[in-house]
Design a binder for this molecule. Structure first.
Ligand code: HEC
Ligand code: HEC
Length: 370
């Protein structure tokens, strides 16, 4: 007998979640896709909140209270897998556990993601934690990665379960039920009330709109705690003297000892003479030291500082730091010599708003036509 098991909202939720999660894994690969990653991460959160609510007030088979969440039953089910004693119209006991795991792990992934976004990037709801926890930014990123790995395992388990069902119980049509909603099984059908319909469409529509809204506007969910620095207002001489030959390098990009060394030998500055009279030199040096990497909670400052900490030699070029080299190692060397870039020291060629002290993943773009 053909029975309606998965109602339309449940199925739309499922396929939206599939698409969004796939998109989350793709956008986690590239730094400059972080804005998309964050925006759709909030979309995933809306989907998960919907699913939790649906688990309480949704139709038959979607409600958590209907799931056979008993370890004993799950073990019994797995043992008698080819010929189970009982058929489950909704999720079987093993699948129930996997589904619950997927929902919880996604929720934890989103939460750890929002924390990482706040602490590492100084953005979103937890941007205020950036100054307190920036030394722990790697830890939060690792927790976030741990949950996404766990999610991959659960998804694999889910697909394995579907495959096993397809091989052993092809007749029940479980695989097709997530497309059409029907299974070949004798059971009472799932039905939707008006309230359920209204709630479902409200949430599903929000899950669709929220990511695009976040991408197109500035909201507390994505806002950076760092605003553009106008260095010429902060220290005019610094800009006049240090941005006349090249990009303006924000003071937070090098540690104190690098700035001291650099400022001590301006007469032979990368082969150029950049010398200043002593009063000016002291003034610029004082500004650089007061705003060096040590006094910043920005991601780049933190990583540059960590990467040069154990190096004996005093580095005076940001592009000589192991962190910089590591971050740019994947780029074609020829890119740096191309007419539009000319030198690896020309940071602003690829980092928009660099001269305002902003290094944002979303603002990285390689010059066109090189
Ligand atoms: C007369 C020109 C000139 C002036 C003035 C000058 N620089 Fe430079 N600077 C250079 C050159 C040339 C390089 C090497 C650029 C390259 O590798 O392409 C350089 C490189 C640098 C780098 C290393 C960039 C990297 O690769 O990470 C830093 C940092 C730097 N300068 C800081 C300063 C500061 C601070 C001042 C102001 C006190 C200053 N510069 C003034 C010419 C100048
Ligand atoms: C030819 C283009 C190019 C130039 C020039 C360039 N960068 Fe980058 N930079 C990139 C790209 C692309 C990435 C992202 C790499 C990745 O996938 O992680 C990046 C990443 C970074 C990051 C890490 C960003 C993050 O949030 O993880 C920092 C910091 C950085 N660059 C600083 C600099 C500085 C400082 C300079 C100049 C001394 C510079 N870059 C010059 C292209 C460039």
């Amino acid at each position: 007998m053909r029975t309606y098991i998965w109602t339309l909202p449940t199925r739309i939720f499922h396929w939206m979640l599939v698409l969004y999660i796939l998109f989350m894994f793709i956008t986690s690969e590239e730094e400059n896709l972080l804005d998309y990653h964050a925006a759709f991460g909030y979309g995933v959160l809306v989907l998960i909140l919907f699913r939790l609510l649906w688990g309480v007030m949704g139709p038959r088979y979607s409600r958590f209270s209907q799931w056979p969440l008993s370890l004993e039953e799950a073990i019994g089910f797995m043992r008698s897998l080819p010929n189970p004693q009982k058929y489950y119209p909704g999720h079987n006991p093993a699948a129930s556990f996997v589904m619950l795991g997927i929902i919880l792990v996604i929720l934890l992934s989103v939460l750890s993601g929002v924390f990482t976004y706040g602490i590492q990037e100084g953005r979103g709801l937890f941007s205020w934690l950036n100054s307190t926890f920036f030394k722990e930014m790697e830890l939060f990123e690792e927790i976030h990665e741990f949950f996404s790995t766990l999610l991959l395992l659960l998804i694999t388990a889910h697909l394995g379960g579907v495959a096993a069902d397809r091989i052993m119980h092809k007749e029940s049509g479980t695989l097709y039920s997530i497309f059409g909603g029907y299974k070949q099984i004798d059971a009472p059908p799932a039905k939707l009330t008006g309230v359920q319909k209204a709630v479902a469409w409200l949430f599903l529509l929000s899950a669709l709109v929220v990511p695009f809204y976040l991408l197109l506007s500035d909201t507390p969910l994505t806002q950076s705690r760092y605003s553009a620095v106008h260095y010429e207002k902060e220290h005019q001489l610094f800009v006049e003297e240090c941005a006349s030959c090249h990009t303006l390098y924000a003071p937070y990009l090098l540690p104190k000892r690098s700035w001291k060394k650099l400022m001590a030998n301006l007469a032979d500055h990368f082969g150029d003479d950049a010398s200043l009279d002593e009063t000016d030199r002291r003034s610029v040096e004082a500004y650089l030291l007061a705003n060096s990497a040590e006094s910043s909670t920005k991601e780049a400052a933190h990583y540059i500082l960590n990467s040069v900490k154990n190096i004996k030699k005093d580095i005076i070029a940001i592009s000589e730091s192991p962190y910089w080299r590591d971050k740019h190692a994947s780029l074609d060397k020829a890119l740096f010599d191309s007419p539009k870039v000319k030198s690896k020291a020309n940071c602003k060629a690829c980092h928009r708003r660099f001269e305002n002290g902003i290094i944002e993943d979303a603002l990285i773009s390689l010059p066109k036509g090189v």
